[in-house]
Design a binder for this molecule. Structure first.
Ligand SMILES: CC(C)(COP(=O)(O)OP(=O)(O)OC[C@H]1O[C@@H](n2cnc3c(N)ncnc32)[C@H](O)[C@@H]1OP(=O)(O)O)[C@@H](O)C(=O)NCCC(=O)NCCS
Length: 140
């Protein structure tokens, strides 16, 4: 488990493309647009002898002071290679994120996930996340 480096860009892009397909119904997106989503994120990579097998990106957000809200974090992306799922890689990435946020003095982390992504929902619940708001959508 380590911080991402410039050489990880192709792997990060592959993870982001996979996530984009499951989370955004495969709406078209350029490589640049996918990477730009993580411009302000801290990125962690899990790897084994074969190379990267998982990634997590987290961004610290600093709301305007007059909103009366403390800085908090948003988990922007989390993905594990399909062949390596269910082996604790995702849990270790989340633990690394928590250690990073604790050191940064951040007490809260939010994330957005498709309601249909049962695997991720089960995973996040196990990690202590609970549903606090619901996003609703209709076709216009
Ligand atoms: C969600 C994801 C990151 C989990 O990573 P992982 O390395 O497979 O997770 P772990 O092995 O650390 O699993 C920890 C726990 O989560 C739960 N979990 C993980 N996968 C699960 C599944 N398919 N069904 C039910 N529970 C699951 C289990 O409770 C598991 O604990 P256990 O092994 O003691 O049963 C991974 O499945 C993934 O990359 N999914 C596709 C991308 C994605 O949907 N990302 C989130 C979108 S925001």
């Amino acid at each position: 488990m380590r911080e991402a480096a410039a050489r990880d860009e192709p792997a990060i892009l592959a993870f982001m493309r996979g996530l984009h397909e499951t989370e955004q119904d495969g709406e078209p997106a350029t490589d640049r647009a996918l990477l730009r989503l993580l411009d302000r994120s801290e990125i962690f990579i899990a790897e084994d002898a074969s190379g990267p097998v998982g990634m997590l990106a987290v961004e610290i957000l600093d709301p305007p002071e007059d909103l009366g809200r403390r800085p908090y974090a948003c988990l922007m992306a989390l993905a594990v290679s399909p062949a390596r799922r269910g082996a604790g890689v995702g849990s270790r990435l989340v633990e690394r994120m928590r250690a990073f946020l604790r050191r940064a003095g951040i007490a809260r982390v939010d994330l957005y996930v498709r309601a249909s992504n049962a695997q991720a929902l089960a995973f996040y619940r196990k990690q202590g996340f609970c549903v606090e708001t619901l996003a609703m959508r209709a076709q216009v």
